[in-house]
Design a protein around this ligand. Structure first.
Ligand code: AHM
Ligand code: MG
Length: 362
């Protein structure tokens, strides 16, 4: 189905999605969501580009701290609002969760005209609106990460038919349904704001990359059916933490540096410190990207729901692997929205070497 869609050049994201929907009518609502993502990514790309101009209203900090104790930049707040609005008014979302929101939001009850949107809240969307935003001041790449799950439709609450307590209990249960394992993702995407603006997505049948043509104002399919090299020679992790990592990972990385790993390749380091940029390079050139467990942060740094799981889905759909070292990232169900997860993802053979090292050590 996807091969047929891609059998022509010069395909815009809009056309790609409408052909996907023509061939798979059950994905119609997903087409609408990607329309919103298309627009939001272009708008965020413009905001990021203009953010350092003295006249920009997005410079500096908001003066708020998010639930994870991080200072929110004005850009974090503005991009969160932008994405929230774009997705919410598709009318196709029941629940939304974001790095910049303390708790998941029930969107339907907050819409101005519930009648228009009733029965269409098919999806749950999780996102990090601007990952790596601390890099923006230095012109370093940043990105948006998005995951889409199916919404539990039994969650449509009839507020006329329950007491206040019953309604809030049902609502809490619905919001808890946001917390699904990556295995349940129906789509994932990231937008990378860099020398070009890229949008890379998977609908569960391969990974497809689009590049923004600024003259047309459209994302154009530039990387059909992306395939990550199976073996590589790039390490992309914060190596200042090396001596706090688990021993099997330390040993494997030391072997790679000496050219004594399974591939025999001598590895180089490439680390931007901005997940979307590092994962994009890993998809194209191969290698290992990771934020693993260490003695200070046993669960690493990255968040499972809206960073780890969507990126793992995209990488796996391009033929790569994503693990904590001990478990496939896609199999973990989060207990809470902002839960962290150790992550090591990238070229199949290199990630497998890490998994084997953990297994041999256990
Ligand atoms: P953020 O979600 O607060 O922006 O932080 C996430 C970023 C990732 O993009 C990147 O992989 C990681 O933090 C880098 O962390 P470190 O500076 O510790 O290497
Ligand atoms: Mg982030």
């Amino acid at each position: 189905v996807f091969d047929e869609v891609c059998d022509v050049t010069g395909i815009t994201l809009k056309r790609f999605m409408s052909e996907v929907v023509l061939l798979n009518p059950e994905l119609g609502e997903l087409g609408t969501l990607f329309g919103a993502i298309d627009t939001a990514c272009k708008a965020i790309s413009n905001l990021v580009k203009r953010s350092q101009l003295p006249s920009s209203e997005t410079l500096g900090y908001q003066g708020e701290v998010n639930i994870q104790g991080e200072d929110q930049k004005k850009l974090d707040v503005i991009t969160n609002d932008l994405l929230k609005r774009a997705l919410r008014f598709t009318g196709r979302l029941g629940v939304l969760a974001s790095e910049e929101e303390d708790e998941p939001l029930d969107l339907i009850s907050s819409l101005p005209n519930e009648a228009i949107f009733s029965d269409t809240e098919k999806y749950v969307c999780v996102f990090d609106p601007l990952d790596g935003s601390s890099n923006v001041d230095a012109g370093i790449p940043t990105g948006t990460i998005i995951g889409i799950y199916e919404h539990d439709e039994t969650c449509a609450i009839d507020f006329d038919d329950c007491t206040d307590d019953e309604c809030s209990e049902q609502e809490a249960q619905c919001l808890a349904n946001t917390l699904q394992a990556g295995n349940n993702l129906v789509a994932a995407a990231y937008c990378l704001y860099s020398s070009s603006t890229f949008l890379v997505l998977t609908l569960g049948a391969g990974t497809y990359g689009f590049t923004l043509d600024e003259n047309l104002g459209e994302f154009i399919l530039s990387h059909p059916a992306m395939k990550i090299p199976e073996t590589s020679s790039i390490i992309s992790m914060n190596e200042a933490n090396t001596f706090m990592w688990d021993q099997p990972l330390q040993d494997t990385v030391m072997k790679w540096k000496r050219g004594e790993g399974k591939s025999g390749n001598s590895f180089s380091s490439r680390y931007i410190g901005s997940m979307v940029g590092d994962v994009h390079r890993t998809l194209l050139y191969g290698g290992i990207f990771g934020y693993p467990s260490d003695t200070k942060n046993p669960n690493g740094k990255l968040r499972l729901l809206y960073e780890g799981a969507p990126m793992s889905f995209i990488v796996e759909q391009a033929g790569g692997l994503a693990t904590t070292g001990k478990q496939r990232v896609m199999e973990i169900t989060p207990d809470y929205v902002h839960q962290r997860v150790p992550i090591i993802l990238g070229s199949k053979n290199d990630v497998q070497e890490v998994i084997d090292a953990y297994e041999n050590a256990s």
